[in-house]
Each structure stands twice: as C-alpha cells, then as structure tokens.
Design a protein around this ligand. Structure first.
Ligand SMILES: *Cc1c(COP(=O)(O)O)cnc(C)c1O
Length: 357
C-alpha cells in the first residue's frame, strides 16, 4: 500500500554532524568532547545522533530523564558514559544503578537520595552552580560534599552567557569554577557548552559539552562559518494563486496586497513548528532567493510571496531553514533561538537521515 507523502520534511545530515563534532573537539584542544543529547538530541533524533557521535569517537553522553538515558545505554552498550542531567530524584537511584547511569547530582537533597538508594560508593557527577541559579549545589556547599567522601568522577558547571562573545559573566563563572576545582583533586572537570568552547582555551578543561553547535547552530547565536548546517526543514507548495491589489491574505486579514502579487500556499504551519511569531519577518528560501512569508501562519499552511517567480509551482519544496537559510537566522526572524526551532519540529513532519559514510 502506498502512503501519501507528508507535505513537510525534516532532513538530518549525519556527515555534517560528525564534521561539527570534529571541529568542536579540535577547538577544545585536548579536551574530551561529550555529546549533549537532551530533548531527543535537540529534536534531531537521539538514536541516530548518538550512534553517529559514537562512531565519530564520542564516549560520553548527557541527556535529561532516566528513561532516555536507559535507552541510550541499550543503544550504546556498556562502554559509554551516560550522564543524567536531572540527577537523582527521590526514587531514581535503583534505576540509575541498574542501567549503570551517572547522575549529575544537583543538590544536597539529590546527593542524599543517591546515597540512600545505593549510590554511596558509585561514581557520580556533581553540578556546581557558578552563577546561573538553575541547577547545582552552591560553591560554598562544595567543601562539605568533598570532605563527605562522595566519589565524584566529574565536577561540572554551566555558563549562563556562553553564547555571548564578551560577557562579564563568563570570566566571573570561570573564576568561581576554578575556586571549586581544588576541592576535588581526583575528579575531571567540565564547564563549556558550545559557546564556552569558543571563549578561549581556559574554558575547555577536561571535557566540553557541546549541544547546539553539533546540530548546526552557531556558538554565538548567529550563523558561523566554522559550523556546518545539519538540519533542514522543507515544505511543499500546495497551490499558487494571484492576489489582486486590495485583497488580503489569511486569518485576521492581517496582510493586504497593495499591488497584484502571486503567492504560494505552503504545506507547513505552526503545528509543525513554524512559529506564528514569524509574522511579520519570516522568510523561506526558494530558487536562489529568500522570499517573505505573508500574513498569519496557519496551523497547516503559510503564504509566501512568489511574485515574479515562474518556478513556484505546486509540488515544489521551499526551505524553512537549512543550508540556504541558516537556522539561527530563521530563529532570529521568529524572535527566538535555533534551539527552539530545532526542538519544535512537529511529529507529522516526515523525517529522513542522510549519511554517505
Ligand atoms: C544543554 C546543555 C549544554 C549544551 O549547551 P549548548 O549551548 O547547546 O551547547 C551543556 N551543558 C548543560 C548542563 C546543558 O544543560
């Protein structure tokens, strides 16, 4: 039985992913590069991303949620180090131990859950908050934890402003992190996310934890020559129509043509992750040019100005982001960040993975 194809498709280029992995690892000098796989690898598909990173030499992986971490353990086998970012909640310890997972302990309370649940002598990671106030123990709590004899394999912290090229938070957090480090002489240490890797060699320590730059987002929230595009979102033109001057397009009649125009109705909408906040700046790429979206984004469709473009025909595909329209630029036009665009791609979008190697 043949199935009608979807009107939108999402393609992941695993060769570009592994090229980015190599770039980030080289940029981090001698440090190990772990793969950040939370949220189904930023929406790209956790299992094929994990397998590709493993093949590229990655041996440490971070994810959020015990369930996803268990699946990673199954997929990657016993030799991978699988870290759980949300740590050890009240009843997590037995499952973490069963699957040989490493919790990133985020509070004194989590340390107690880990110890009480059987983790007393097992290696864990410790998250020290150096200024973000999200997860992690406070630096002043670290000395007591160190002297308690908890076996800490990795001490890590996270930068609040790693994606800013010159933000005073970065040196401040670096200094706070350095002050904690001597308390754990036997532990490895890790501070840098994608942006942190590009803050200078001091930020790389033993391990870096890139996420978005693996997946094609620039480390500083804008397109970056060093990072290859990995994910492409495309959608099919369903209909081309001529709109006379004075008529409006779409819900709320919020766009009015001031001259005769030709538009394409494209089969992708906010249910697929093309945010309504694309109005009024959103664009698509088609036949060598960026072309503006017009009017409101519907659930299943959006309108694009194709005036003067003979090639615009039903059945052709336009690019929402990808090699011709960087995901950072598409995100900025919708008032958000690449992370949100990548993780918003909807379930009915057809998914394909490409790899030559
Ligand atoms: C998400 C995350 C990262 C990766 O951040 P990117 O900005 O995507 O590189 C690294 N460390 C922690 C703790 C994270 O939560």
């Amino acid at each position: 039985m043949s199935r009608a194809h979807a009107t939108s498709r999402f393609t992941v280029d695993l060769d570009a992913l592994t090229a980015n992995y190599a770039t980030l690892k080289a940029q981090a000098g001698g440090a190990e590069a772990a793969g950040m796989l939370k949220a189904n690898a930023y929406g790209l598909g956790g299992s094929h991303v994990a397998a590709a990173l493993w093949a590229a030499g990655a041996r440490s992986f971070f994810t959020a949620g015990v369930g996803g971490a268990e699946a990673l353990r199954q997929l990657l086998g016993p030799k991978a180090d699988v870290y759980v970012l949300d740590g050890c909640r009240r009843d997590d310890a037995p499952r973490l131990i069963d699957a040989g997972l490493i919790p990133v302990l985020n509070s004194i309370e989590q340390i107690a859950h880990w110890r009480a649940g059987g983790g007393e002598r097992r290696l864990a990671a410790l998250h020290v908050d150096t200024g973000m106030n999200r997860l992690g123990v406070r630096p002043e709590e670290a000395a007591d934890i160190a002297s308690s004899g908890l076996p800490v394999a990795l001490v890590m912290s996270h930068l609040a402003c790693g994606d800013f090229e010159n933000h005073p938070m970065n040196p401040r957090q670096l200094a706070a992190f350095r002050a904690v480090r001597p308390l754990f002489p036997n532990a490895r240490v890790s501070l840098a996310n994608s942006g942190g890797i590009f803050q200078g060699p001091d930020y790389s320590f033993d391990m870096v934890r890139p996420g978005v730059a693996l997946y094609g987002g620039g480390p500083f929230g804008k397109p970056d020559q060093r990072i290859a595009p990995v994910a492409t979102l495309e959608a099919e033109i369903l209909q081309v129509r001529d709109v006379p001057a004075g008529e409006s397009i779409g819900y709320a009649a919020s766009f009015e043509a001031d001259k005769p125009i030709r538009i394409a109705t494209v089969g992708v909408g906010y249910a697929d992750g093309v945010l309504r906040s694309n109005q009024p700046k959103g664009q698509v790429w088609f036949e060598g040019a960026l072309r503006p979206m017009l009017g409101r984004i519907s659930m299943d469709t959006l309108a694009v100005d194709m005036s003067g473009c003979e090639a615009a025909q039903a059945g052709r595909f336009v690019e929402l982001f990808g090699p011709n329209l960087p995901v950072d630029e598409a995100a900025a036009r919708a008032g958000t960040i690449a992370y949100e665009l990548l993780t918003s791609v909807g379930t009915r979008v057809e998914r394909t993975v490409n790899s030559a190697g």
